[in-house]
Ligand binder design. Sequence first.
Ligand code: 13P
Ligand code: SF4
Length: 301
Amino acid sequence: MTDLHQEIKELKEAKNAVLLVHNYQVEEVQLAADYLGDSLDLSRTAAKVKHDMIVFAGVKFMAETAKILSPGKKVLLPRLDAGCPMADMIVVDELIELKEKHKNAKVVTYVNSSVEIKAESDVCCTSANAISVVKNIDADEIIFVPDQNLGMYVQKMVPEKKIIPYEGYCYVHNRIKREEIQEMKKHYPEAKVVVHPETRMEVIELADEVLSTNGMLTYVARSDAKEFIVGTEQGLLERMKREHPDKEFYPAFRPKICSNMKRTSLRDVYDSLKEEKYEIEIDPEIARRANKALEGMLKYV
Ligand code: 13P
Ligand code: SF4
């Protein structure tokens, strides 16, 4: 543990704060976490922890979700510029237009979205429970926003429902190409291919498993395989290597980096705790409506 890790620990104790960290964060931040996980897991944790303050090392929509699920707590995002470009791809007017066009459809919104979009939604989901949400929601037609790749994957897995996808995408996962997986398979024919459902269908079709980041961690821990080609952001591969030194993890050709996830340094976490910045604040009426969609999401595994 470095001096800065120790100082963060002391500040957390003094302020009764908890540090939630997403799997894509840089290693020094991962190592400071009280809870390290995927979006669903961290949302559940945010909703149940008893601390006065949550510091969220991730991107803005994650800290906003924590604030909505835990309105009585002070929620801090260490870097204001840590956003998710996909979350900003759809604006409210577009969603309202879709709702008017498909009056019988329900809106399932990926948690990687703005609070305003969540407020216009029936229920949210993450990559861990999107299939279960769509399967169980009381509607045959689903407007699915904003990630088209996740939407198309859900459509494949739940063919009995009609998905109306929006055309958003993640610039990190969408960059992974079929040829990259094929090339890696040539080098490592024994390796299992595990990918995130934000990847393209052409990549999903080559995968042994399609899982959220925590889902991938559970899979590699249980698998007898010794080698894995991992189609997601590099931060997760670093965690896998640290936790399974006896196994090999390869990126989909070149490592894929989410620059937004990588903005937060350990120093930013320290400054955030010390100066109590940057506090997440959400319009109460929007928060109330978004909370319904988020609470709904927590019912599904
Ligand atoms: P997970 O919920 O699977 O951790 O994914 C979050 C994310 O932002 C993927 O790009
Ligand atoms: Fe957003 Fe993609 Fe980064 Fe996840 S990896 S935070 S979806 S840009």
